[in-house]
Design a protein around this ligand. Structure first.
Ligand code: PRX
Length: 632
């Protein structure tokens, strides 16, 4: 058995070399560090022309035995989860590994009592309370496939995700606290369930105690169901390639993509990357501020840290409530050692007085991290100076819902960080830069399209119900490479810097938003003929959305219509997809084949109109001038 943790730059170089010379041998050794019910027969089998990837073939396991049972003997009383409430007056929860194990087993029995069997899909639409962690792990315990939908999504978005996966049970709550607001989760879920015939039961957690409507054919109370069960629940035997969860992410066209992650490879990679990037050490308190509704929450609040036997903090609230010192207050209160957040949050907090930071003791911090979008130089330095006090390395972790775990990142105190660069690949990850013809660029210092050359264990195996789309999106642009949709540059030392998306996805506040679904929502308005969405730079959010909208009757353009369009987006997708700017136009710049030239719209939205390139090939070149003249 080899040790999981890399401990020096030389060690990283040596391990990395080994991992790419013989990936199967390498991952075979790493996987030995986990609890398997039956050892795998073959480490890797893949063919990306199909595409198909299988890791740890015929291996049997249950991820919750790795996250819970195996820690019981030595660290049963150690805190597994510290839950910090939205309201600082409410008491935090400290859940030990023993307690977490018991609560997961009990809730797994609740699921069973409500008809859930291995392979069923369970939708989880819940606030950031400890029960969401328990729900996720309880599904994994019995082999049900969880599909967590972020609690900020609308009823239409929730219904689409439930229907896509044909979920049998919904886990939700009466409401959720977020800052000064309450999200009426049950009410939103009720609306969604009107169009979700696959749902046979809805198990409702009481959190806000607000009044809700009740459908006795469907709804049962979480706490009442718990009274009916005991806390003994053996872990279901899962094949390494059985589905563990589905998590939806936006695409450049059509419906959200239900990325499917499997049990064995995901567990191995989420854990290995967690330990190495953060250099988590026994006894540390680690805090990732993400929501469990995103992949970051799955891999690096729950599975990676728990399989490592770590103490992981879960936060119900937002960075601005009750004031802008909330993150730092929590860091002091729980003596946080590793802190992982999004550049958007850093930029938002950097706008406020340093007194919000300096009021708290941050001396326990050892490692800082960022995820979800490129971090700009200014935010990096603010984070480094004011939070890390120039003594904490910053791991800028590039990865995706699809990759399951961090792909390019420095390893804290092991490899060097560099402002605005995600830096180096993790062991087993083989990034390359391609030119537009799809050839690998051999020079070290270069800019191009980022692609990955060889499978790694936590690659999503398919898009739920649509393997063809999986192939088209990730494996067709460049044969035999995984194509993540990002551009990157590489410096002379081989450090990667992610430059942004190369497709029609915009990253707003670290959230991946496809332009197509938002356009579809806008187009549903009776007065709208067509629309086009692009991103433009925003100081806080990284990017904000700019909509160009064509109306049947230009005279109908009004401030009220702008509001209505944003309300429609909120209803169809969720408030995160609202547009900061909406411009009514009489036409859109299109190629002769009818494709919208988003490049031009992006430049106009960014007020970068000096070089729009050749517009003469457009179907309607004059429209460009009109759009520029009336831009916001
Ligand atoms: O464009 C990249 C950006 O976020 C995308 C993935 O989004 P999602 O699947 O929602 O996962 C976010 C959390 C892992 C990527 O294709 N992105 C993610 N991390 C970084 C980043 N861009 C630059 N630097 C990063 N560290």
């Amino acid at each position: 058995m080899m040790s999981l943790k890399i401990n020096s730059l030389e060690n990283y170089q040596e391990v990395y070399q080994r991992s790419i010379e013989n990936p199967s041998l390498f991952w075979n050794e790493i996987a030995e560090n986990f609890v398997w019910k039956k050892k795998w027969k073959k480490t890797l089998e893949y063919d990306w022309s199909i595409p198909e990837t299988k890791w740890f073939l015929e291996g049997k396991l249950n991820i919750t035995e790795n996250c819970l049972d195996r820690h019981l003997e030595l660290k049963g009383d150690q805190t597994a989860i510290i839950w910090e409430p939205n309201n600082p007056e409410e008491e935090a929860e400290h859940i030990s590994y023993k307690q977490l194990h018991r609560r997961v087993c009990s809730f797994a029995n609740v699921l069973k009592n409500n008809g859930v069997v291995k392979g069923d899909r369970i939708c989880i639409y819940m606030p950031m309370v400890s029960e969401i962690a328990i729900a996720v792990l309880a599904c994994a315990r019995i082999g049900a496939i969880h599909s967590v939908v972020f609690a900020g999504f609308s009823s239409t978005a929730l219904a689409a995700r439930i229907n896509d996966a044909q979920c049998k049970v919904l886990l939700t709550a009466d409401g959720g606290f977020r800052g000064a607001k309450i999200t009426p989760l049950k009410e939103i879920a009720d609306e969604a369930l009107k169009t979700c015939p696959s749902i046979k039961k809805s198990i409702v957690l009481q959190r806000t105690k607000q009044s809700i409507s009740w459908n006795s054919n469907l709804d049962v109370w979480w706490h009442e169901e718990l009274d009916k069960v005991d806390d003994h629940c053996p872990a279901e035997v899962m094949d390494a390639e059985d589905k563990l969860f589905i998590l939806y992410t936006s695409g450049s066209t059509g419906n959200p993509k239900g990325m499917v992650h499997t049990c064995g490879g995901y567990m191995v990679y989420a854990t290995y990357s967690f330990l190495n990037v953060f250099q988590y050490t026994e006894g540390d308190v680690y805090w990732c501020t993400a929501d469990i509704g995103w992949i970051t929450g799955h891999s690096y609040i729950l599975y990676g840290p728990l399989a490592s036997g770590a103490t992981t903090v879960m936060f119900e609230g937002v960075p601005s409530y009750p004031d802008f010192g909330r993150f730092w207050e929590v860091c002091e209160k729980h003596k946080v050692n590793q802190f992982y957040t999004a550049p958007t949050a850093i930029r938002a907090l950097a706008k406020h007085s340093l007194s919000f930071v300096n009021a708290y003791d941050l001396s326990n911090l050892k490692v800082l991290g960022t995820v979800g979008e490129p971090i700009n130089e200014e935010a990096w330095h603010w984070y480094n100076e004011n939070i890390g006090k120039k003594k904490c390395p910053i791991v800028d972790t590039w990865w995706q819902t699809e990759t399951g775990g961090m792909m390019i990142s420095s390893l804290a105190n092991v490899t060097k960080d560099k402002p605005t660069f995600a830096t180096v690949p993790l062991p087993g990850i083989q990034p390359v830069l391609l030119n537009t013809e799809g050839q690998e660029i051999s020079e070290t210092k270069a800019e191009g399209i980022l692609a990955i050359k060889h499978p790694w264990p936590s690659l999503a195996r398919t898009i739920y119900g649509d393997h063809k789309r999986y192939k088209n999106v990730y494996f067709s642009a460049y044969a035999n490479y995984y194509f993540p949709g990002d551009g990157a540059l590489r410096d002379k030392d081989g450090n990667y810097r992610i430059t942004g998306r190369v497709d029609d996805v915009v990253i707003v506040s670290g959230h991946n938003l496809g332009t197509a679904p938002i356009e579809n929502a806008i187009n549903e308005h009776d007065l709208v003929i067509e629309s086009a969405i692009v991103g433009f730079p925003d100081d806080i959010k990284g990017n904000a959305l700019y909509a160009y909208v064509i109306l049947y009757d230009e005279n109908q353009a009004s401030e009220d219509l702008v509001k209505e369009i944003n309300q429609l987006i909120s209803k169809k997708i969720g408030p995160i997809a609202k547009c900061d700017k909406i411009q009514f136009v009489s036409g859109l710049p299109k190629t002769r084949s009818g494709k919208i030239m988003r490049r031009i719209l992006r430049k106009i939205a960014s007020n970068d109109i000096s070089n729009l390139g050749d517009v003469s090939t457009l179907l309607n070149p004059l429209i460009v001038e009109e759009i520029i003249k009336n831009r916001h």
